[in-house]
Design a protein around this ligand. Sequence first.
Ligand code: FAD
Length: 563
Amino acid sequence: YPSLSKFLVVFTVSGGGLVAYAEANSTNGAPAIASSESENVKKKVVVLGTGWAGTSFLKNLNNPTYDVQVISPRNYFAFTPLLPSVTCGTVEPRSIVEPIRNIVRKKHSDVQYCEAECFKIDAENKKIYCRSTQNGKDEFVVDFDYLIISVGARVNTFNTPGVEEHCHFLKEVEDAQRIRRTVIDCFERASLPNVSEEERKRILHFAIVGGGPTGVEFAAVLHDFVKEDLVTLYPRVKDQVKITLLEAGDHILNMFDKRITTFAEDKFGRDGIDVKTGSMVVKVSEKEISTKEMKNGQISVMPYGMAVWSTGIGTRPIIVDFMKQIGQANRRVLATDEWLRVEGCDSIYALGDCATINQRKVMEDISAIFSKADADNSGTLTVKEFREVIDDICERYPQVELYLKKKQMSDIFDLLKESKGDDTKESIELNIEEFKSALSQVDSQMKNLPATAQVASQQGVYLAKCFNRMEECEKNPEGPLRFRGTGRHRFRPFRYKHLGQFAPLGGEQTAAQLPGDWVSIGQSSQWLWYSVYTSKQVSWRNRVLVVTDWTRRFIFGRDSSRI
Ligand code: FAD
């Protein structure tokens, strides 16, 4: 680890070894000491993870006064929205990854990368413990002034027996490559002459567990691969192919607009993809999947050849361990404040899939803001005062604004209006208790931010901007008034801007749900999908490679070699 040894020397310097370091460099004369002194004042920022959050933080950090150490077991950034396309060879794996060293090389600040995983965070002593991914044995310790935790999440199996052993996941590039090989394997195995008809049917039964965006997109790309390429290459077995999508809820894509859900279910029905909703997988064995009907509890067993598990995300062990340390043991992800600081740890930030802004605390604070505004303790506020309080809340908690200002705000007014029996909003006095009870109904709708690349990358950009202006904002704080304490917060809180989401449904049809609940389904959205995903690539190299892959697929079809 040449880069690490250099880094550790710097740590020794800041750990009180300045004299030793200066002496060791004394042959170089005064300038060497001067440069070691300037390094000495640099704050050490350690970034864990090279996914969406970590990479967008690194790309946007422009302040040369930090000494940045990146630690991740993956020495590249992967563009996850195109992982389903990798499973069937529409896009090649190397087209959607970018070496992290390429990204940090372009930075003017001091950034080092270490291929290792962090296995323990010591918040009190500001140290992290890491293990090399090369041999899984070499361990080392790194100090930090600021720690950015962006380690993402792992697959959630809900402890369903047999899933780890027999199912494929679709989380990493390696998973997508494995799926691609297994699909071809299934077709080759089913084509062997000694395979019985029943066994052939089993081998060519592809089961996808989870009707969320990833499961649905995989079902769609697999169907396209079979229909457009494999049926011509394997004509003898084409009639035995079956794709089943299992979903425990009532509908697939239930986080999307109803119109998209209905369109997707109808389209899959027409394409011959068997969508089984209300069906929960309870056990997976080598050749069979057991499901339980949600309506009547009936257990059924279905033979399968390949299963892909895509039911959501769980917490990484390092985060579980850290949450126990800092008194957040009962949570699923790390709780942060609106500035993305881990609650109770001032110099530790968490972003992306491993963290969320603590909504319960937000609700408590909102409640307290109301009580403070009610200076005369009358239990009422005029509509004017009420609006001022809402503005204050929205400045402090921009993510609440989405709910309060969009539709729930009018719901609250409606509720209050109903309870007062008065529709002249401007003249009535609003009872705080009534408002709080109305707000508690909104509470359940103030869901956590979704675990998406969009949230993770916006958080990375936000935090990098804060770090770029740390000193400036220390002197001239720009955030809202401190609720507990005096003065203003240094920065404005994080504000998430939802830019819409896509659900590719196969056959050059994509559903798009854009801001303002604008829904578009069809080929035009597919072209929008192509252009958005091209523009979102992290480098020009990726853009060119992805577009070349799509063009190659249009002209020559997908490659079905099992390599
Ligand atoms: P990740 O991107 O998962 O990055 C985590 C990083 O931490 C990785 O580099 C990992 O190697 C590293 N790491 C892990 N453990 C450690 C450790 N112990 N120490 C140090 N480093 C560690 N979102 C969208 O918005 N739109 C989409 O279309 C979309 N499609 C998706 C399709 C698929 C197939 C998948 C799997 C996800 C998709 N997502 C999409 C979700 C999106 O990928 C995630 O929300 C996003 O990756 C979260 O970013 P992150 O930085 O928190 O985590």
